[in-house]
Design a protein around this ligand. Structure first.
Ligand code: UDP
Ligand code: MG
Length: 137
């Protein structure tokens, strides 16, 4: 079942571009359901990215993701998960299509500007990591 929702966060490297990135997201037809500026501890970053705990980049990723503020958001649109992955582009900005958020704003494969959920199920899990039901409008 599709929820028509996805989850994103603006990562520490892109925190100076909150306005520009959110504008691209809204102009692409997504509605912001929940949004805040916050910060992860290294342990919280490790929990969020637990699925990658066996990967060689995991420790660096957790250090990076706790190095500065982030802006998590829940977004709504028809076909949200797949359309958002298209809007952000490939994980490595060197491979991201022109006009995508990562192509425009990412610094590296690690500091790649934004997160995007890879499934409806993970969008729900990731959104709940940051927001209660009462914070979603
Ligand atoms: N990442 C990294 N090195 C890699 C692959 C991924 O540092 O070789 C980081 C990057 O920040 C990426 C995150 O780990 O966004 C999660 O990786 P995933 O493969 O899930 O990429 P995504 O779904 O974010 O495109
Ligand atoms: Mg992923």
């Amino acid at each position: 079942m599709t929820t028509n929702k996805t989850f994103t966060m603006i990562k520490p490297d892109a925190i100076g571009n909150i306005g520009a990135i959110t504008k691209m997201i809204e102009e692409a037809g997504f509605r912001v359901v929940a949004m805040k500026k916050t910060r992860l501890t290294p342990a919280q970053a490790g929990q969020f990215y637990a699925v990658h705990s066996e990967r060689p980049f995991y420790n660096d990723l957790c250090a990076y993701m706790s190095s500065g503020p982030i802006v998590p958001m829940i977004l709504e649109k028809e076909n949200a998960v797949l359309d958002f992955r298209t809007l952000i582009g490939a994980t490595n900005p060197a491979n991201a299509a022109d006009g995508t958020i990562r192509k425009i704003f990412a610094k590296s494969i690690e500091a790649n500007a934004v997160h995007g959920s890879d499934s409806d199920e993970n969008a729900g899990i990731e959104g709940s990591f940051f927001f209660s039901q009462l914070e979603q409008f």
